[in-house]
Structure formats: structure tokens, C-alpha cells
Design a protein around this ligand. Structure first.
Ligand SMILES: Cc1cc2nc3c(=O)[nH]c(=O)nc-3n(C[C@H](O)[C@H](O)[C@H](O)COP(=O)(O)OP(=O)(O)OC[C@H]3O[C@@H](n4cnc5c(N)ncnc54)[C@H](O)[C@@H]3O)c2cc1C
Length: 572
């Protein structure tokens, strides 16, 4: 469609005059608008095949929240030189860093927070999607299906729990069955194994809690479940084991470009040089691109809220169920804004309900609100009326890094020779990362080789990361033997999740040097149970202080400055 016609249509639909310009890569929009939903809808209206959209339409009266940056300034990285700098410690950056260590390269990963997995990779559903909802050829489909296929192998190597227990997409109308037949055909074409339609009897037997709603279901047996933060941590640890350096509390603040290449990278810890830069900055990926004068796409943040239920809750489906398209929502299925989520049995045995998908103007707005909680519960209570609000133990939001084109951008920049973008990694990024990280590492190696560098395989590369001990998963005999060897494994610190002192000490001994309360929580789940740390947090604070040889007042919950104790008033 021609751009002037879209402009006219936008004027008619939204009452907004948009200024539009174009180059060979992108369509650039500017102007003002009174509602954020309209800003996003207008951006989408201008999507054209083969072009990106850079949407600078301002929301009237809105001041963008300042970016959260580390409260640290030193020269630790000043003057250092690297073969590759990876920006961002989410699953994308950590997986790319790990795959890069298959080569003999000096790899640095910088992450602005005090730990990895602090962006979307730490706040999502951990569903390893089968890919049944993706209709068209795109990078999400390519890497989603390829990632799913290798998930078991990757998790085995990295010592992370993974369960491939399938997903039931429930439908409430016989007419949808016709639509489901198309989905099965498409899934087969896309190489997704085993997808089939279940009739009412079959789904009622497989998952009795939905028998009143479901007239049938699509069953995708290749859907799996992983702890997304534990996998991200495992990737980072294995990268370090193989020679990469992870610099936490380190934000990229600017870049200098010379002769069409990033010549210097400025951080809060000094200025460094790198032969190649990989942009894995999540919701800030377009800002990083902009620092290199290469902003040809824009990210619009899309928040998703999930509700967590007590693992002991009654009447919750044992299998993962997702609400399929209803007759009303059929046209939106596969539109890309959400994969639908559902009622999920996580890799750790909890129940998650959600997420929703809400367009928001601020990239780090992970607040939760009553509307979202009601929306996710309301939606899934239709399928499963036995869900109870009283079983909620926590809720959280994560922010997806959506592009207007609704696909990943995984490519070397056509303008800045030594810059690779891994951007727009919204769902199914957790699923796809094991696959695309291999291609990104190969892309970097190919570029470095093209500059005359000898890029050799790292013969010492060790793909394995030892599986951390989880005493809860051991048999009584195994646990007894463990406690005999180290009595700390017999002292339970987190009662809800049954986490022992031994496991906490082990977690504090992590290769990334993370010594925070939430760092312990992400590694061993202490504080993730029904009481949400009410009982164990003071104990963990004390353990961290003892292990690190500092005062409890120096212990932080997470980022620098998040100290939780201001002084000692009595023994904890
Ligand atoms: C609610 C929700 C549910 C989801 N469910 C699923 C699911 O079930 N399955 C699935 O496959 N996917 C799911 N996703 C998508 C998935 O979470 C993301 O695709 C994936 O986590 C993106 O990883 P990332 O590393 O690209 O980005 P992030 O995890 O956001 O990491 C980017 C990192 O870059 C850092 N950074 C940013 N700017 C700078 C800077 N200037 N300097 C240094 N560091 C910087 C950030 O601090 C952050 O840690 C879900 C997402 C959400 C929000």
C-alpha cells in the first residue's frame, strides 16, 4: 500500500497528522498523539514488507522514565581491548557469549544490573514453545522450532532441569476444529512433531479440570518447560568457565564510530575497544543501535503479567492448558502480540497463569496492576473455573521487546560493519536462544575472519556445566549420604522450597561473583515459596554477610543501593 494512503487512513482513524520519511531500510514516523495505544497502532499501520518502522511519535504529556543505570563509576574496564563485546546479560547475550567461547576469542559480556537474567529473561513463562501459533516463515519460526528441537540436549549440557510435557490448546467450539485442522497441517509443514487434534472425550480424560469448557483441543507434545533465569545463569557460567569475562553493574553509555565501525565503547567502568560488538540489549536494543548511529528499527515495550499459584493448590490443571482461539478472537491468533500463555506447570512445579499483553510507554515499567491480574485470571477461569484467587502467592510483570514488524532482528548491521544486532527478541526468545546464539557466534567469527583475523576453534571448550545439587530432588538415601558428607545440606533455610544451607553456600560460590539475596533466590529458589522469603530472607542475609565477610547492612537485595538492613538491633 502506498505511504500517502496510509497517512490519510491514519488521519481518518486516529485524527493525527504523521510526518513520514523513508530510506532503503526503514520508514520513519514523527508527530504527536494523545494515547499510547494509538502511537503503537499507527506504528503498526506503516509496516511494509522488507522495511522496518522507526516510530518517534511522541505521547503528549508523557516524560519517558529515566533508564535505570548502575550506581557505580570506576575505571575497571578502561583501556581494555576485546575481540567481542556482548551487550546485555539476558538469555540472548549469555547464550551468544557461551557460543562465542567455542572459538579462541577474548569475549566480554556487559550487563548493567548486578546479575544476569534481570530483564525479560528473568520474568517470563519459561515455556519452550512448539511454534504452532506462528503462521508465516519468519525468524521467530525458524529459530523457535530449531531451538525447541535442541532444548533437551542444551539443558543436559548446562545442568538445568527441562521437562517436555506438552501443551493442550483448548477450544470451545466445533467450528474451531476446522481451523485447528489447518494448524495441524501447517505444523507438519514447519517440522513441528506430533501435533494432533483431541476430541472432547480425549481432552477430558487427559485434563479433567477443563471438561466443562473444552469441546476439543490441539495437542503439541514438543512444548517444554525450563526455568528461564536458571538457564540464563547456566549459559553465563559456562561462558565464564570457557574463558569469557562477565562484567556486571556495567552499562554501555555511548559508542564512537570511525570509518563505519564502532571504534570505542563507553561504559560507567571506563572506555574499551572491541573488534566486534553484539547488541543483545532487550528493550534497549534500539537505543544501543542509536548510539552507533544505526537506528533502523524501534522497540515498543509490551508488558506481560503472570500470576503464580501455590504448588499445593487444588483444582489446577496438572497439564499445561492454553485457551485457544474462540470464534471472536480467531483472526488475532498468531498475530504476534502474545503466544497466549495459559495455566502452566513450570519446570519447578509451580503453577503460572498468564501472561497478558499490554502496550506501555516505559521500557522498564514492570509494575503490576489489578486490571492485568483480573484479565489473566478471568480469561483462564473460563477454561478452568476451579482456579482460586486464594491460591495466589505472587505476581510479576516482564516487558517484551517488540518491533513493529513483530519479528526478531538477527543480523550484521548493513551500516556499521562490526555491529551485530540481536533485537526484537520477544516471545519465543527463551525457546529460540539456543539456536540463534549458534548462528550469531558463527556470524561474528565470519566477520572477524573477513577482517584478516585468524579465528580458531577453542579446543578446550567444555560444553558441560555441573548440575547444582538440589537436595529436594534426591531420594532419602541420597540425601542422607549427602548430609553425612556435608552437614550443611541437612540444615533447611527456606522451609517452603526446602532449600538447605549447603545449597545456599554453593550458590554464593557462583562463577559470576553474585552475592545478593535475589541472586540466591534465582539460583536455588530460596524465597520463592508460599511465604515469599518472609521466613528465610533474614537468615539468607546473615549467611551472605558471613560468607562475604561483610556486615548485614552491606548485603543488598539486588542492585547496588538495594541494601535491606540499615543497622543491627538484635541478633538475627
Ligand atoms: C511476560 C512474558 C512471558 C514470556 N514468556 C515466554 C515463554 O514462555 N517462552 C519464550 O520462549 N519466551 C517468552 N517470553 C519472551 C522472552 O522472555 C524474551 O524473548 C527473552 O527473555 C529476551 O531475552 P533477551 O536476552 O533478548 O532480553 P533481556 O532478557 O531483556 O536482556 C537484555 C539485557 O540487556 C541489559 N541491558 C540493556 N541495556 C543495557 C546497556 N546499555 N548496557 C548493559 N546492559 C544493558 C538489560 O539489563 C537486560 O539484562 C516472555 C516474555 C515476557 C515479558
Amino acid at each position: 500500500m502506498d505511504i500517502s494512503k496510509i497517512k490519510q487512513q491514519v488521519k481518518k482513524d486516529y485524527g493525527v497528522e504523521v510526518a513520514v520519511s523513508e530510506d532503503e531500510r526503514s520508514i520513519f514516523l514523527s508527530g504527536e498523539c494523545g494515547a499510547w495505544a494509538d502511537v503503537v497502532a499507527i506504528g503498526k499501520a506503516f509496516v511494509q514488507p522488507g522495511k522496518h518502522v522507526v516510530n518517534d511519535i511522541r505521547l503528549v504529556g508523557h516524560e519517558e522514565q529515566p533508564e535505570r543505570l548502575p550506581a557505580l563509576k570506576d575505571g575497571a574496564l578502561d583501556g581494555t581491548d576485546w575481540d567481542v563485546v556482548v551487550i546485555g546479560g539476558g538469555i540472548s547475550g549469555c547464550a551468544v557469549a557461551r557460543e562465542l567461547t567455542r572459538y579462541r576469542l577474548r569475549v566480554l559480556l556487559v550487563e548493567k544490573h548486578s546479575d544476569v537474567a534481570r530483564g525479560a529473561s528473568g520474568a517470563n513463562n519459561g515455556m519452550v514453545h512448539a511454534g504452532i501459533d506462528l503462521k508465516h516463515e519468519c525468524l521467530k519460526l525458524k529459530y523457535g522450532v530449531a531451538g525447541n528441537a535442541i532444548y533437551g540436549e542444551v539443558c543436559e549440557e548446562l545442568g538445568v532441569d527441562f521437562r517436555r510435557s506438552g501443551q493442550y490448546v483448548i477450544f470451545d467450539s466445533r467450528l474451531i476444529r476446522l481451523f485447528a485442522k489447518g494448524t495441524v497441517k501447517r505444523a507438519t509443514k514447519h517440522g513441528i512433531p506430533g501435533v494432533r487434534i483431541l476430541n472432547k472425550k480425549e481432552i477430558s480424560e487427559a485434563e479433567p479440570s477443563v471438561k466443562d469448557f473444552a469441546v476439543g483441543a490441539l495437542y503439541a507434545p514438543s512444548t517444554g518447560y525450563v526455568s528461564p533465569y536458571q538457564l540464563t545463569i547456566a549459559y553465563a557460567e559456562n561462558a565464564v568457565h570457557n574463558g569469557a569475562v562477565v562484567s556486571l553493574n556495567t552499562a554501555v553509555l555511548g559508542m564512537e564510530v570511525e570509518d563505519g565501525k564502532v571504534a570505542r565503547v563507553r561504559t560507567n567502568r571506563g572506555e574499551l575497544t572491541a573488534r566486534c560488538v553484539v547488541n543483545c540489549a532487550g528493550v534497549f536494543a534500539d537505543k544501543i543501535a542509536d548510539m552507533a548511529g544505526d537506528r533502523y528499527f524501534s522497540i515498543h515495550p509490551r508488558r506481560g503479567t503472570d500470576v503464580m499459584l501455590d504448588p499445593r493448590a487444588q483444582g489446577v490443571p496438572e497439564q499445561t492448558i492454553s485457551m485457544g482461539p474462540t470464534l471472536k478472537s480467531l483472526s488475532k491468533f498468531g498475530s504476534g502480540s502474545t503466544k497466549g500463555g495459559g495455566v502452566i506447570r513450570t519446570a519447578d512445579g509451580n503453577y503460572l497463569v498468564g501472561p497478558d499483553a499490554v502496550e506501555i510507554p516505559d521500557r522498564e515499567d514492570t509494575s503490576t496492576c489489578a486490571e492485568s491480574l483480573e484479565a489473566v485470571l478471568g480469561k483462564h477461569m473460563q477454561v478452568c473455573p476451579t482456579l482460586r484467587r486464594g491460591d495466589i502467592i505472587a505476581y510479576f510483570s516482564g516487558v517484551r521487546a517488540a518491533t513493529y514488524e513483530e519479528d526478531f532482528i538477527i543480523e550484521r548491521s548493513s551500516k556499521i560493519a562490526n555491529l551485530v544486532h540481536v533485537a526484537g527478541i520477544q516471545s519465543p526468545g527463551i525457546t529460540a536462544a539456543p539456536a540463534f546464539s549458534k548462528d550469531v557466534a558463527a556470524m561474528v567469527a565470519e566477520y572477524l575472519t573477513s577482517t584478516g583475523m585468524q579465528v580458531q576453534a577453542n579446543e578446550r571448550f567444555d560444553p558441560r556445566r555441573p548440575r547444582p545439587v538440589k537436595a529436594k530432588q534426591l531420594s532419602d538415601g541420597e540425601r542422607d549420604a549427602l548430609i553425612k558428607r556435608d552437614p550443611d545440606y541437612g540444615k533447611i533455610i527456606c522451609r517452603c522450597e526446602q532449600v538447605s544451607l549447603g545449597e545456599i553456600k554453593n550458590a554464593l560460590n557462583n562463577p559470576l561473583g553474585v552475592q545478593t539475596i535475589d541472586g540466591v533466590k534465582r539460583r536455588v529458589r530460596a524465597g520463592m515459596g508460599r511465604c515469599q522469603g518472609g521466613f528465610c530472607m533474614p537468615l539468607i542475609t546473615k549467611i551472605i554477610a558471613e560468607q562475604a565477610g561483610v556486615s548485614v547492612t552491606d548485603v543488598t537485595k539486588d542492585d547496588i543501593g538495594s541494601n535491606i538492613a540499615v543497622g543491627e538491633i538484635k541478633e538475627v
